[in-house]
Design a protein. Sequence first.
Length: 148
Amino acid sequence: MEVLIKVLLIAMVPVLELRGAIPYGIAAGGNAFLVALFAIAGNLLPIPFLIFYTKKVLWWMRDHFAFAHRFVDFLEKRAYDKSALVHKYGFWGICLLVAIPLPGTGAWTGALVAAMLNMRIKTAFPAIALGVVIASLIVIVPSLGLVG
């Protein structure tokens, strides 16, 4: 159970997300199915909060901390750079952005883009969740040594 809790927590960390959690859990001897479930759950736990509060927190930071301007500008630019796919394909665009398990993609990036584009949570969350499930399948195959 300790491995699964670590998987859940690793999956909640931006950049690592389930790309780090699944290989860790499998390497630590966890059951692949349970590892994937805990990684998916951990990856999705912060997403509703990110969608609801990202813009509010970033704008508050920008208003209250001079040093935050560059950081907020960087995040906004990153979100808008990734948004072309979402603008063009909507639900499927954000799903694809999340599903590709490469650096700069994932649930956190999907939530950031959704928040910056004012996507409704009833559209954004299911797209992000489906993308996370697809990404978990893509990550688990090499983690089990089935390809590579």
